[in-house]
Design a protein around this ligand. Sequence first.
Ligand code: CP
Length: 308
Amino acid sequence: KNYLVSVDQFDNQDVMDFIQLAQAFKAGKTLQLKRPSFAMNLFFENSTRTHTSFEMAERRLGLQVIPFDPKTSSVTKGESLLDTLKTIQAIGVDLAVIRHPRDRYYQEIVDAELPMSLINAGDGSGQHPSQSLLDMDTIYEEFGHFDGLKVAIIGDLAHSRVARSNMTLLTQLGASVYFSGPKEWYGADFAKYGQYEPIDDLVAKMDVVMLLRVQHERLTQANNQAFDAGSYHQQYGLTEARAARMQPHAIIMHPAPVNRGVELASDLVEAPQSRIFQQMTNGVYVRMAMITRLLAQRGLITPEQLEV
Ligand code: CP
């Protein structure tokens, strides 16, 4: 396939292949492209980590990155997303990386079968496959396996594409997933992946405590007005006292950006058990692995270059 849009595409072997390729890039692997190749990152929602690390990954692999700014593009004249993609494909772009606020925006592009590679860098509250793979890579780097690991996903579940992608891959890989945070954000789609428990009942028995950002941009005005950061932190956040009850080997993760003092105490971001910045570093290598797989599918590298 010439697209990577949802973790539903990945079986366990795919995940391990991505992790092994990412770790090879981290150890210094390089690629040789058969011809000049071009990437465009189309971000219709704000981003620091995903946008920058995709561009870093593309440049490290030798792709040339064509700038795209939605605010100065012909999208402002009413051009559709699909016509934008057809346009950049006609101009010669090999790979489009797209973030968009609409859930499953990518479906019409996949259905159009454009001869261009596509990576979903996050769709609304739907999927975030590159974040999920970098989270799996970081967990594997820490523990060397997934089987039997206990992972708590805590926070704004309702709006989280990270939670949706991670609960799928973690359970598929043999980990046990638990959820916490405001109970009203634990919807029916989460129940089949793991049970809800108050954070105080979870922290002492988890191997991974994964916090999620409260997505104020997706909350209603009324919910934003009612939101109290201090009370959220006390009820649902990883406080210093709760972190002190974690097992010695357990780690803290967060996809970031972090609302310091809300999802977790500010000092825990840089604490020894935090892997938050390691997640960002690993994100570059995992995105290199994803792009490499698509380059191989397009014949832009030799199949041997997929080997580690
Ligand atoms: N984790 C993540 O997707 O961060 P950005 O929104 O900054 O890309």
